[in-house]
Design a protein around this ligand. Structure first.
Ligand code: ZN
Length: 211
């Protein structure tokens, strides 16, 4: 049996512009759309949302660096798949995710901000009647904390880990209204055990041929 290692990540996200990850449907209360909240009423970035973006950038990087073994387009795919993204993030059939993630919860001190938007009719390119919506977002410069665990085999330690960590560095937006400048984020992480990141970036730059 191949030996496996566990890598723990402490994740910190800071939103540089207002951030909204809403339930996707109009809410009761004073704003039409508001943040997904935990039971204690704290806004959170759900693990599933974060993981979806992480997977997207992982696949993007992997396909660029290692095109001989491409990641599939996960959505709408039928049947079992053993591509790198399905191996790491889980796939159909019995393929549990090897990335475990908590929700990312906002720190105590955060401010809310209300934004308004008018829905635009996609075909007529005009504003729709009665389509003014208010959005309650978390204002800029809030900190969000969470944790992740990654289980990798020894052979996956370089390629997979390099793409996973570089994907976190590439992820610069989250949530809705990105085209209106919302949702810009900066992601930092701390690893346990500590890993020399510069070595991993060099490895990617060398196209993985020192593997
Ligand atoms: Zn796949």
């Amino acid at each position: 049996m191949r030996s496996k290692s566990k890598i723990e990540l402490e994740l910190k996200v800071r939103n540089e512009t207002p951030l909204l990850i809403s339930t996707g449907s109009a809410q009761q209360g004073f704003a039409d759309f508001t943040f997904i909240r935990l039971v204690n009423n704290r806004p959170c970035i759900p693990a599933s949302t974060f993981k979806g973006r992480w997977r997207y950038y992982f696949s993007y990087l992997w396909n660029a660096f290692f095109p001989e073994e491409k990641c599939c387009h996960y959505l709408g795919r039928d049947g079992e798949c053993h591509c790198p993204a399905c191996r790491i993030f889980g796939g159909k059939g019995f393929q549990p995710s090897r990335v475990r993630l908590t929700d990312l919860v906002v720190a105590d001190s955060y401010d809310s901000v209300i934004r308004h938007q008018v829905a635009i009719n996609r075909y007529l390119r005009t504003s729709q009647d009665k389509a003014l919506a208010s959005l309650e977002a978390v204002d800029r410069d809030a900190d969000w904390c969470g944790a992740a665990e990654i289980i990798l085999t020894e052979t996956e330690m370089k390629r997979e880990l390099a793409c996973l960590l570089a994907a976190l560095k590439m992820m610069r937006t989250l949530g809705s209204n990105k085209s209106r400048g919302m949702g810009w984020v900066k992601i930092d992480f701390r690893l346990r055990p500590a890993i020399e990141l510069e070595e991993l970036w060099q490895y990617l730059k060398s196209d993985g041929d020192s593997q």
